[in-house]
Design a protein around this ligand. Structure first.
Ligand code: AMP
Length: 553
C-alpha cells in the first residue's frame, strides 16, 4: 500500500467521532491492505502508531529535536528546527505542524499538490524506520536525521502528518487495542474473543492480522506463547478483604512484595528477563538469570517480583530495586551495593505447555513443583476466613513486605487485564488512634500474654467501645504489650480484664459500620494493630464525634 493511501485512511479515522464507525474504517483499512503479508502486518501496527510488535522493546531512539530537524530540512532552506519547535508551541501537535509545510523541494520533487512523490510505500517507510532504529554508536543521531529526512522529503503534507506522529509515538487517531482487535475480527471474519486470545499470547498485532487472514480461526487458535517473547502482565485492582470474601468461597492469599515485576523466560539454556512494560532487563539482573539457571530444570515462563534484600535476606524498600532495574553500566558494582532476589507467584508456561487458561491454584501447583525446594516461590494460602487473612497480612507486614494480594483461585491468567480477579488489598482508608480499655488473656502458648484488645473512642469525659483487635500481632509484640498493660488492670473476670485507659493504639481498618455490639454504636471492620502511639495519651485519642464524621453520619 502506498503511504499516501494509509494517510487517507488515517485522516478518515481521525475525523470520525463514533467508536463503532472507527472499527468499520479500521476494517476497511485491513481489507484494503493488499496481498502481501508485510503490508497488513505493518498497517496493523502503524494504525496504532506502533512500528514494532508489542513484544519487541526496540525503539526508534530518536529525540523530538532530531525529528524537528529532519522536518525542517525537508521543508526547505528557510525552515529551521527552531521554527518547527516554535510552530509546535503554537499549534500544540506535531502532525499539524508537519502538515503545514511543503516537502520535497530539496530535490525538486515538490511538483505534486501538497508536495510529495506519491510513490512512498508503507513498506518503505517501515524499512527505513527499522534502519533508523538500528543506527547506533557515534554519529547515529545524524544518520537517523538523514534517514528521516529522506522520508519527509518524499511526503505530501498529509503523509507528513502521520509520519511525524508515528515517529514521535503520538498517533492519537482514536484507535486503541480493542479497535484493532475488532477490525481484524470483522475484516477476516473470525470471532473477536479468539483474536483477543491470539493477541494475548503473541503480543503482535501484525502477526495476528496476517494469521487471521491467511489461516483463519484454526491458525489463530494455534498461536501459542513463545519463549523469549514477553506477554503483558496480568494486573491487579484495589480491593478489600470484604470484597474478596464476598466474591469467592475461598480466597487465594499471597504476600505482596514491594519490588518490581519481572517475567522470566527460560528456554532450557538462555534466560531473558522482562519488566512489567516488557522491556528486556536481563543484563541488569544477573541474579535472576543465575536463579533460573540453577533452579529451573525445564523451559518455563514465570511471573514474579524482584525484590532488593539486605545481607540477612530481608526485603529493602522498593527504591533500592529501582537502583538496579534498568541499569546498563557497572552492573557488577551496583550488585555489590544492592542485591536482588526473584520471588515467583505465577507460571505461564512449562515445558511446551501453556498454562494461561488453567485456574490460578493449578498454575501455582505447577510453579511449586517446578521450584521444588521452595526457593523463589511465593507462598499461596487458600482460605475463606477473615482472621486467617488478617494474620497472613500481619505476617507479611512484619516480614517487611507491602501487605497482601487477594486472588480468585479459579481465575485464568489474563494478560494486560486489570480485573477483579486479583485484588491488591487497599491500604487502610484511615487509621484511628484508639484507647485500649480491655483485653483478654490468651490461651495455650499465649496464656501469659494479653491479646484481643478492646478499643475505645473518647466521648465527653468517658470512653465508648468500638471494636477489638486480635489477630496478627507477633508473640514478641504481645509480650511487650502485656508488660505495658498489666499494671493498668482494674478488674479481672475469667480471661477478661478491664483496663484503665492508659495506652493508645494506632489501628487501621477497612470501614466503620453501625453495630449494636459496641457501646459507641459502631464497629470497625477488619481493624489491624499498627503500633502503639507512644506520643499520645488517652486524652489525645479519637472522639466519637470524629467516628460519626468518618462514617458520614
Ligand atoms: P500495584 O503496582 O500497586 O498496582 O500492585 C500490583 C503489583 O504488585 C504487581 O504488578 C506486582 O508487581 C506486585 N506484586 C507483588 N506481589 C505480588 C503477588 N503476590 N501477586 C501479584 N502481584 C504482586
Amino acid at each position: 500500500m502506498e503511504f499516501a493511501a494509509f494517510a487517507t485512511h488515517a485522516a478518515e479515522i481521525e475525523a470520525e467521532p463514533a467508536d463503532l464507525e472507527i472499527v468499520d474504517l479500521v476494517t476497511e483499512l485491513f481489507e484494503d491492505a493488499g496481498e502481501t503479508d508485510d503490508d497488513l502486518a505493518i498497517l496493523a501496527r502503524f494504525v496504532q502508531g506502533r512500528v514494532f510488535p508489542a513484544w519487541d522493546s526496540t525503539t526508534l531512539d530518536i529525540g523530538p529535536r532530531s525529528c524537528y530537524e529532519a522536518i525542517a530540512r525537508a521543508a526547505g532552506r528557510n525552515v529551521s528546527a527552531a521554527d518547527v519547535e516554535d510552530d509546535l508551541a503554537e499549534v500544540g501537535e506535531i502532525g499539524a505542524v508537519a502538515a503545514g509545510y511543503e516537502f520535497g523541494g530539496q530535490q525538486g520533487l515538490g511538483a505534486f499538490t501538497g508536495g510529495g512523490t506519491n510513490d512512498l510505500t508503507v513498506r518503505e517507510v517501515h524499512e527505513t524506520l527499522i534502519d533508523l532504529a538500528a543506527a547506533e554508536g557515534s554519529g547515529s543521531q545524524d544518520r537517523k536525521v538523514d534517514l528521516l529526512f529522506s522520508l519527509f522529503n518524499r511526503c505530501s503534507s498529509e503523509e507528513a502528518r502521520y509520519l511525524a506522529r508515528i515517529v514521535l509515538s503520538e498517533m492519537r487517531i482514536g484507535v486503541g487495542e480493542g479497535t484493532v482487535r475488532d477490525g481484524i475480527a470483522a475484516a477476516f471474519d473470525v470471532p473477536a474473543d479468539r483474536v483477543e486470545r491470539a493477541l494475548q499470547v503473541s503480543n503482535d498485532y501484525g502477526r495476528v492480522a496476517v494469521v487471521a487472514r491467511e489461516e483463519g480461526l484454526e491458525g489463530l487458535d494455534a498461536l501459542d506463547l513463545e519463549l523469549g517473547r514477553p506477554v503483558q502482565a496480568m494486573l491487579a485492582q484495589a480491593g478489600t478483604v470484604t470484597d474478596a470474601l464476598e466474591s469467592w468461597d475461598e480466597t487465594a492469599v499471597e504476600w505482596k512484595y514491594d519490588g518490581a515485576r519481572v517475567q522470566v523466560h527460560y528456554d532450557g539454556e538462555e534466560t531473558t528477563v522482562f519488566s512489567r512494560n516488557m522491556e528486556n532487563v536481563t543484563d541488569a539482573l544477573p541474579e535472576v538469570v543465575e536463579f533460573a539457571e540453577e533452579f529451573l530444570e525445564q523451559p518455563a515462563i514465570l511471573d514474579g517480583e524482584v525484590v532488593a534484600v539486605d545481607e540477612e535476606g530481608d526485603p529493602l524498600p522498593f527504591q533500592e530495586v529501582l537502583r538496579r532495574f534498568r541499569r546498563k553500566h557497572d552492573v557488577a558494582k551496583a550488585r555489590e551495593d544492592v542485591t536482588v532476589e526473584p520471588v515467583f507467584f505465577d507460571c505461564l508456561h512449562v515445558a511446551g505447555e501453556d498454562l494461561l487458561d488453567d485456574p490460578l491454584v493449578e498454575r501455582h501447583d505447577r510453579l511449586e513443583s517446578l521450584l521444588s525446594d521452595g526457593e523463589g516461590l511465593s507462598k499461596l494460602w487458600l482460605t475463606g476466613d477473615s482472621e486467617a487473612i488478617e494474620e497472613i497480612d500481619a505476617d507479611a507486614l512484619e516480614s517487611g513486605h507491602e501487605g497482601i494480594m487477594l486472588k480468585d483461585p479459579a481465575s485464568t491468567y489474563s494478560p494486560g487485564r486489570r480485573g477483579k480477579h486479583w485484588l491488591k488489598r487497599k491500604p487502610d482508608v484511615e487509621t484511628l488512634d484508639l484507647v485500649v480499655t480491655g483485653a483478654e488473656w490468651g490461651e495455650g502458648r499465649r496464656a501469659t500474654f494479653l491479646g484481643t484488645f478492646l478499643l475505645s473512642v473518647r466521648d465527653g469525659d468517658g470512653y465508648e467501645t468500638i471494636g477489638k483487635v486480635a489477630t496478627g500481632i507477633t508473640d514478641e509484640t504481645l509480650a511487650e504489650l502485656t508488660d505495658r498493660l498489666e499494671p493498668h488492670i482494674r478488674t479481672q473476670e475469667g480471661q477478661t480484664v478491664d483496663l484503665e485507659p492508659a495506652v493508645v493504639f494506632e489501628v487501621g481498618y477497612e470501614e466503620i459500620q453501625s453495630s449494636p455490639t459496641y457501646s459507641a454504636g459502631y464497629a470497625l471492620r477488619f481493624p489491624r494493630f499498627l503500633g502503639v502511639r507512644e506520643d499520645k495519651d488517652p486524652e489525645d485519642a479519637e472522639t466519637l464525634e470524629r467516628v460519626l464524621e468518618l462514617q458520614g453520619t
